[in-house]
Design a binder for this molecule. Structure first.
Ligand code: ZN
Ligand code: ZN
Length: 229
């Protein structure tokens, strides 16, 4: 019986544990899900909720960003996050950013650290910091395998569910930026085993980051209840 339960844990057959939370670290039902979201007590993976702001969602009528502009904005965002997290908290195995539009996945940034203790350090510190004028919401995530979590259809061509798919649609980093950072990303299945690390370090002036000082009275809702799911 125990073996059976272990074999179905986090799958569709599991009536107790939510397969979406288990695999993707986010579920469209949020806290109201009828199945359990077992928050990990330790993990290599950090989730930064809704941190990437796709300019496409902010374009006003009549103003259209070019694909190049959106890609450049994304590349800079990615590099900013990657360098900051690696420099401050420890070596990163992979960094993935969702371009989904659903409330539970929009803008989610998943960072898998090489060491669990670095991940914990990052969660503790980041929950007291700001990025681009907004408080950061960081948590340990159960996601370990991004190939399992991401949408195959999206990788191969177009996903019929579009931005509202419940699997990760991981935004592709430009090849140039991949090379510059030496990162391994999930989006190109053929590149999966390419190693390579290192890249630009240092350089202050990364504009978005800030610390949350004591003077800040903006109350952070730890229960996450105010988030719409
Ligand atoms: Zn759920
Ligand atoms: Zn999809």
């Amino acid at each position: 019986m125990a073996e059976f339960l272990a074999s179905i844990f986090g799958t569709e057959k599991d009536r107790v544990n939510c397969p979406f939370y288990f695999k993707i670290g986010a579920c469209c039902h949020g806290e109201r899900c009828s199945r359990q979201h077992n928050k990990p007590t330790f993990s290599q993976t950090l989730l930064l909720l809704h941190m990437y702001q796709n300019p496409v969602h902010f374009q006003k009528q009549g103003v259209q960003f070019t694909e190049e502009a959106v890609q450049k904005h994304f590349d800079e965002f990615f590099a900013d996050i990657y360098c900051e997290l690696e420099e401050k908290y420890g070596p990163i195995d992979e960094l993935n950013v969702c371009e989904n539009l659903g409330d539970h996945l929009i803008g989610n940034v998943y960072c898998k650290f090489r060491r669990e203790e670095d991940c914990q350090k990052a969660v503790d510190a980041l929950n007291n910091r700001w990025y681009n004028g907004s408080p950061i919401y960081a948590e340990l995530s159960p996601v370990t395998d991004f190939r399992e979590a991401s949408c195959r259809q999206h990788e191969l061509s177009e996903c019929s569910r579009g931005g509202f798919c419940n699997f990760m649609h991981i935004k592709t980093l430009s090849r140039d930026m991949q090379k510059t950072l030496g990162v391994r990303t999930v989006q190109h299945f053929t590149d999966w085993n390419k190693g390579g690390r290192g890249g630009p370090r240092g350089g202050g002036g990364r504009g978005g980051w800030g610390s949350r000082g004591g003077h800040d009275s903006r109350d952070k809702d730890r229960s996450r209840d105010r988030r719409r799911y």
